[in-house]
Design a protein around this ligand. Sequence first.
Ligand code: AMP
Ligand code: ZN
Length: 106
Amino acid sequence: MSMDDCLFCKIINKEVDSEIVHEDEICVAFNDINPKARVHLLIVPRKHIAKISNIEEGDEKIMGHLIKIAKDLAERFECKGYQLLFNVGREAGQIIFHVHLHLMGN
Ligand code: AMP
Ligand code: ZN
């Protein structure tokens, strides 16, 4: 899937509505439309990377930033505990081919 028909690029560009809870120069975070936990956020890099297996040299800063923001959001939403998850590839259940970190907290 290219950037042009990518749902998460459209959310980042505000062409599709979502409930955004955080944005900065590197990433955007919004509520998952089908929450699997009390708090279920998706933390998405502005850079269109289809899946973790496509990350390149130089993407370390972006990927580290996603985890830092997940930690900040878990605190802000008062999660007692939480899971951080990347699905990588269709066979693992990835359905949106733009990298996203799931934060699922209770
Ligand atoms: P994955 O299976 O890792 O690709 O996860 C994709 C996630 O995106 C699922 O948890 C969906 O519920 C979520 N999702 C799909 N469409 C939207 C949308 N328009 N806004 C917010 N979350 C969405
Ligand atoms: Zn995209």
